[in-house]
Structure formats: C-alpha cells, structure tokens
Design a binder for this molecule. Structure first.
Ligand code: PLP
Length: 375
C-alpha cells in the first residue's frame, strides 16, 4: 500500500483557533530579548563541534499533500545528543555557574533535557544530580550516567520527580537547572529558551529568503515553541501562521489558549511522546505563546510508529531520516489538517505553502525507537 493511500484517512483530534491572537514582535522580544538570543548564538556557535543541523525537505510528502515545500529541521544531528535539548540545558549550566567549579547542578527530566544538563556539567567539570520518574526508560537514564551524572529515580510522574529535585536541591544547596519556569524561577528557563533559539537562527539562514507560511511547533511545557516564536520575531521578516501541536492526553497549551489563562490538566495516560507529556504550560513560554499562536491541534499516539517508519524508509523524503517519537506530531498534524478540506482552506494550506516542521529528536531513546520502528 502506498503512503498516499495509507495517510489519506489520518485525522487530527482537536483543533482550536486562538481568539486572542495579536502578534507583537516588541512584546515577544521584551520577554526573551534580542541580547539574550544573540548572546546564546554567540556562545553556542563557539562550542567545540558546533555545526548547524540540516534543514531537510520532505519532498515526497509535500507532493502528496499538494504543498509547495515542507522543511524539516533535523535535530537528530544536534551534537551527539540527538535532540534540540542539547542547546538549552547545557547553555543554562554554563551561564548560571559562571566558571564556579564548586556548584552542584540538579534537574528533573523526561530524558533529553537531563542529557543536555549532564553533558554541560561534564564539559565544565561539575557534579550533576538528575531526577527521573518511573516512566523514563533505563536507556535514557544510562545515557545520562554516561555523562557522569548521578541519576535518581523517583516514584510517580514527571511532576513528582521535579518536586523531589526541588526538595533535595534546597536541602543540599544544589543549583537547579530546570527548563520549566515557576514563580521566582524565571532566569534559568529563559536561558534554556535562548539556547533553543539557535535553531531559528540556523533556519533563517538555511531557508535562503524563501517565505515560511506555516510553522508547526511541538509543545510539552512550551519552552521550545516559545523560543522558536521569539526566534521568528528576531530573525524573520515574514511571520508565518503558528500552530502548536500536542498529544491528545497532554494538551495543556490548547487548554490554556482556550480560556486565555494557564490551565493545569491532569494526564490520565502518558503519551508515547514522553517529552511532550506535560500538564501545565511554563510561565515564561506562556507569556510569549498566549497571543502569538494562531492555532492549536492535538494528535493521538496511533500514528507515531508508522511515521517513524516512513521517515526511516525514505517514504516522505529522498533521504533516510531518524526521527524519534517527538519528531512525529508535526508531520501527523500536517497530514490531518490537509485531509480536512474545510480546515485546509481556512488556514490556507495550498500549493503556495512552505511549511516548517521540527524533527525535535532522533533515536534519543534507542530502545523505544527500535520498538516503534519494528512494531
Ligand atoms: C524530545 C522532546 N522533549 C520535549 C519537548 C517539549 O519541549 P518543551 O517542554 O520545551 O515544550 C519536545 C518537543 O516539543 C521534544 O521533542
């Protein structure tokens, strides 16, 4: 069966228009400033082995969907950490410790953020404590131990691991490097986002003056998405339509856009997209996302394994792409939106559209990747 016939019945689950949309470069760049963004690029582009990750074309998929181009930012090639998260946590570690070798770093993580923090700590010769929930695989834990971190497994979900991290860090005077903001904890999450914005700097050079018409951004707590929005405001002349995609089971940005205020949702079932299985949008990202997002969409886990296989088997592009679970929802939602004629028309997805997607991670969790690839 061809990909075309297989995906022709794929559906998104929920779609929401943001009634409070009012994009303002100034407002956005007041939250994550040009100086924050420029400094992150200056420092990170100077790191050993830094190279922009590829901006690929999903040529076969754009032909099937009758779109002009689909750009795919391939973060599987980000340093050797296999996800965009390499840019955030490690940069925050460097900025917050300012050369002090005595500081002990701590964090809670679904996997990739912790790997970045562990890597950044190792580079600077710092001790590092990483808290993970019972849902984080041993493969991910092992990758962090590989960077010399102490990995502490906590009973319960991500939130429980974060609470334990905060508790033990306060008791032991460890420096928390978290990608989530809360009241009085804004600086580190901002630094993390500034690190992520390097992706948009690279993209602005890689698209070579072509206009991006739509950008689909995955969200967990919204840090990556908001950093890309800030990057757009900083680097692009033309502002595309901005679409947030989340798992059905963890659509906290959608819930918040719906009411115009931060909503906490309870996650009944953890998504396979573990990095995106978050119940509450983080405060700094929310300030940026609430008026900049045009639409929110959610997708089920049902299409993840197929999408991973398509990427690996050159069915969407002419080259093989290693895309992990969190790399799939942009593709899945785009297919679902294109399959809905009404929505397709409403949001102007047509032969002139250049859509930008994020392949946020490669086989960062090798075991899960192999399982999904071979299922
Ligand atoms: C691997 C991974 N982790 C986490 C996230 C979520 O990032 P954030 O929590 O900054 O929204 C993503 C993408 O959205 C991702 O691909």
């Amino acid at each position: 069966m061809s990909v075309k016939s297989e995906v022709s019945n794929w559906k998104y689950s929920t779609f929401l228009e943001n009634k409070n949309y009012k994009f303002s470069r100034n407002d956005i760049l007041n939250i994550l400033t040009e100086e924050d963004i420029d400094e992150a690029y200056k420092i990170i582009s100077d790191w050993e082995n830094y190279a922009p990750t590829p901006l690929l074309l999903l040529d076969k998929l754009s032909t099937e969907l009758k779109l002009k181009r689909i750009f795919y930012k391939d973060e599987s090639k980000r340093f050797h950490l296999k996800s965009f998260k390499a840019l955030g946590g490690s940069y925050a570690v460097e900025k917050i410790t300012k050369g002090n070798k005595e500081i002990v770093i701590s964090t809670a993580t679904a996997g990739n953020h912790g790997r970045s923090v562990a890597w950044g700590s190792k580079k600077l010769g710092l001790k590092c404590k990483i808290f993970i929930s019972e849902y984080v695989s041993e493969a991910r834990a092992e990758a962090m131990r590989g960077f010399g971190a102490d990995v502490i497994r906590v009973k319960g979900n991500y939130e429980d691991s974060l609470n334990e991290c905060i508790k033990q860090s306060n008791q032991n005077n460890w420096q928390i490097v978290q990608d989530v903001a809360w009241k009085n904890y804004m600086l580190v999450p901002k630094l993390t986002m500034a690190g992520y914005s390097v992706m948009m700097k690279e993209i602005s050079e890689q698209i070579n003056n072509q206009k991006v018409s739509h950008i689909i951004l995955q969200a967990g707590v919204g840090g990556m998405a908001a950093a890309m929005v800030a990057g757009l405001a900083r680097y692009l002349n033309h502002i595309p339509q901005i679409i947030i995609v989340e798992p059905d089971s963890a659509a906290c940005v959608l819930a918040s856009i719906n009411t115009g205020k931060v909503e906490k949702i309870s996650i009944e079932k953890e998504s396979i997209m573990g990095g995106m299985s978050c119940g509450e949008v983080s405060l700094v990202p929310w300030q940026i996302l609430k008026k900049s997002v045009n639409y929110c969409v959610t997708v089920s886990d049902d299409y993840i394994s197929k999408t991973i296989k398509y990427l690996a088997n050159c069915e969407l592009s002419y080259e093989k792409i290693i895309g992990g679970e969190c790399s799939t929802p942009g593709i899945i939602s785009l297919i679902g939106l294109c399959n809905d004629a009404k929505i397709r028309k409403k949001i102007n997805l047509n032969e002139d559209s250049n859509v930008l997607l994020f392949g946020c991670e490669g086989d960062a969790d090798e075991e899960l990747y192999q399982k999904l690839l071979n299922s």
